[in-house]
Design a protein around this ligand. Structure first.
Ligand SMILES: NC(=O)c1ccc[n+]([C@@H]2O[C@H](COP(=O)([O-])OP(=O)(O)OC[C@H]3O[C@@H](n4cnc5c(N)ncnc54)[C@H](O)[C@@H]3O)[C@@H](O)[C@H]2O)c1
Length: 306
């Protein structure tokens, strides 16, 4: 019998677990739950006897993959999959997948919500500004970026986007102006919303040089990954430009420096919250379970990332 481990340090909502159970048991497989585990070794032990694993932000590192002697597939319920050691997975013939698009709306709403919060001076009682009429640059026009663009248009913003992997014509079809470089995007837009993945090319790529091109009243919104920010550059721009603001779904490593010197110009969520909605939780978990069943039953590998 195929056993599917759900290894979630931060568990899915009970309703999502029920949905996953229905799909897994409906296919005749067994569901194994490992929730709120206290050490990585619990995960390593639990993976020893299973064929499939569903994770959230949990680390499927080399040790986990090597311990999974029967393991065939790991699905990250969510978009980013930098918590899976892809090289180790490939070396052990384990298919790694994500569930793109399932939590995009939740993340997009958070990005817009944080923008309004900052535009209204963190609701401190003083007069703020509106999003309407401002230019927003979407840095990477994937699932989340596309939705941020759509919502921003609803607020009357002028939407620009840069994504070298999507033809300009496709971006423009959405009523969004496609630009040819990150430099052009940052020089044009007062708001930048980041949606690039964290990889060798993008890590620390949002640096002082790029940020300093942004027009007066600049606000950077990061619901992607903290690793894409060059935090030294970020601190430099905070010191040089009193108009610069930063919003982040991820607590930055430079948190203490921001708290100490730049109150009112930044906000970050206490923990990663972009995908933390009931809807996203359910969608991503259920998509992961369906992908596992389709993989074993029909060999479908649509969202394979390794
Ligand atoms: N805060 C959260 O909870 C949360 C939730 C979901 C996703 N995320 C993050 O947001 C990122 C975007 O998610 P998504 O679902 O839109 O992913 P996606 O895969 O749908 O889109 C990523 C886009 O980035 C583009 N891209 C890749 N490299 C680029 C580069 N160097 N420059 C410009 N564009 C580039 C790709 O062409 C693609 O269109 C994820 O990688 C993840 O890190 C965070």
């Amino acid at each position: 019998m195929i056993r599917v481990l759900v290894a979630t340090d931060k568990p899915f909502a009970p309703i999502a677990v029920d949905g996953i159970r229905k799909i897994v048991e409906g296919a005749g497989y067994e569901l194994v739950l490992l929730e709120k585990y206290t050490s990585q070794s619990d995960f390593v032990r639990a993976v020893a006897n299973v064929e499939a694993v569903i994770i959230r932000s949990d680390k499927a590192d080399r040790e986990v993959i090597e311990a999974g002697k029967n393991l065939k597939i790991i699905v990250r319920a969510g978009a980013g999959y930098d918590n899976i050691d892809l090289a180790a997975a490939t070396a052990h013939n384990v298919v790694a997948m994500n569930t793109p698009g399932q939590n995009s709306n939740a993340v997009a709403e958070l990005a817009i919500g944080m923008m309004i919060y900052m535009a209204r001076n963190l609701y401190n009682g003083s007069s703020g500004t509106e999003l309407k009429g401002k230019k927003i640059g979407i840095h990477a026009f994937g699932n989340v970026g596309f939705l941020v663009g759509k919502l921003a248009k609803g607020f009357g913003m002028e939407v620009y986007a840069y994504d070298p992997f999507i033809p300009a014509a496709e971006i423009e079809k959405q009523g969004v102006k496609a630009v040819n470089s990150a430099d052009e995007l940052y020089s044009t837009c007062q708001y930048i919303s980041l949606h690039i993945p964290a990889n060798e090319k993008t890590k620390k790529s949002i640096n002082f040089e790029l940020l300093s091109k942004m027009p007066k009243g600049a606000t950077l919104v990061n619901t992607a990954r903290k690793e894409v920010i060059d935090e030294e550059g970020l601190m430099k721009i905070f010191k040089e430009r009193s108009d610069f603001k930063y919003l982040s779904d991820i607590e930055p490593d430079c948190k203490n420096d921001l708290v100490a010197g730049f109150s009112g110009r930044f906000f970050f969520t206490p923990k990663k919250m972009g995908a933390q909605t009931a809807e996203a939780n359910i969608n991503a978990g259920i998509a992961a379970a369906k992908q596992i069943v389709e993989f074993f039953e029909k060999g479908v590998t649509t969202y394979k990332v390794n």
